[in-house]
Structure formats: C-alpha cells, structure tokens
Design a protein around this ligand. Structure first.
Ligand code: IMP
Ligand code: MG
Length: 186
C-alpha cells in the first residue's frame, strides 16, 4: 500500500486503509448512472444540488457525463452537532441554495447516505420551494445505521458498514482528495 504525502507535511500510513472502490470502478459507475439520468430526464430542466462538502468531486464528475441540455448546479450544506446523539433535531442548514427550483426537477447529489437523517432534513427543506420532483443520487448507500426511510434513486456503490474516506469523503477534513474509496480503521 502506498503512502500519501499529505499537504507536504506529514506522511500518512496507508496500511490502515483498505481500498473498497477502485478509481476505474468509480468512473464506470458514474458513467452508468449518468446514462440512466440522461435517459430519465430527456428534455427536462434539471437542477443538481450537491450536498457540501463531500459531494463536490462526485458532482463534478457526474455533471460532466450528463448529456442533458439544461442543467443548473447549486449546493446545500447542513451542519450536524452532537454527533453521538444523531437526530434530525441536531441538523441545521449552513448554506442554502440560490437557484430558483420551483417547478423544476431536482436531483440531490450526496456522497454517502448513512443514517439518512441529513438527507431527510434537506429533502424536507427543498420541498418547501415547490420543485416538480426531487430524486436522490448517492455515490455510496450505507445501510447499517439507517434511522429513517429515504429513497435513494441512483446509487453507485452499496456497503453495509464501516467508515469510508476518499473521493470527497473525509475523516476530520482529510483524505477527500484520494482518487479511490477506502475503508478506514477507526
Ligand atoms: P447521515 O445523516 O447519517 O446520513 O449522514 C450523512 C453524512 O455523514 C454524509 O454526507 C457524510 O458527510 C457523513 N458520513 C457518513 N458516513 C461516512 C463515512 O463513512 N465517511 C465519511 N463521511 C461519512
Ligand atoms: Mg455529506
């Protein structure tokens, strides 16, 4: 396993990381999802709403593979506090959208759906703007800790459990830039 020179300061031991999704696999999955979305939304005005920060790389790659004519991009950010007692009451909006989504078709782009509470909160928020539809596209659907029922319409990879980093996913704001997805021992 290679080492990563992080920020030019500290060498991180990658032997604690196990690769779970290779770069080629991620790119293949994204092209397949992009084909499905392009097909499902032909002739429609789509607004991709990325959930910051984790979705920034996934959204950038997905958006460039879509063959739809009218796409807008915006971002939402939620903050959760009291991480050990996760509940929707602990989630607040940190950054709202600027684009008008009334009557438009929205696709929420998320890095990973875990308990589902963040997504449920953000979908409720987006519904208040009156879009004509809201669907969800997630890079990873993680099942073990799901606490609320959320529909994830487009999924690249499904995992049962574990803490993942890379390709936008962080641990304490690090490792988002890794081109593959790794399981990290905590
Ligand atoms: P949820 O409300 O529990 O579904 O939280 C989802 C958010 O928690 C994701 O958007 C990520 O920011 C973060 N998260 C959940 N699982 C992981 C993981 O395995 N690695 C990195 N971040 C994660
Ligand atoms: Mg996230």
């Amino acid at each position: 396993m290679r080492d990563l020179l992080y920020g030019g300061l500290k060498r991180i031991d990658m032997s604690e990381f196990k690769m779970v999704v290779k770069k080629e696999e991620i790119h293949h999955q994204i092209s397949e999802i992009a084909k499905r979305i392009s097909n499902d939304y032909q002739g429609k005005e789509v607004v991709l709403i990325g959930i910051l920060k984790g979705a920034f790389i996934f959204l950038a790659d997905l958006a460039r593979q879509l063959t739809l004519e009218k796409i807008q991009v915006d971002f939402l950010q939620a903050s959760s506090y009291g991480a050990d007692t996760v509940s929707s009451e602990n989630i607040a909006l940190k950054k709202d959208i600027d684009v008008e989504i009334r009557g438009k078709d929205v696709i929420v782009v998320e890095d990973i759906v875990d308990t589902g509470l963040t997504l449920a909160y953000l979908i409720d928020h987006l519904k208040s703007f009156g879009p004509s539809s809201i669907k969800v596209c997630a890079m990873i659907n993680k099942h073990e800790r799901r606490k609320t029922q959320v529909n994830v319409d487009y999924v690249c990879s499904t995992v049962d459990k574990g803490f993942l980093v890379g390709y936008g996913l962080d641990f304490a704001e690090h490792y988002r830039n890794l081109p593959e997805i790794y399981h990290m021992k905590l």
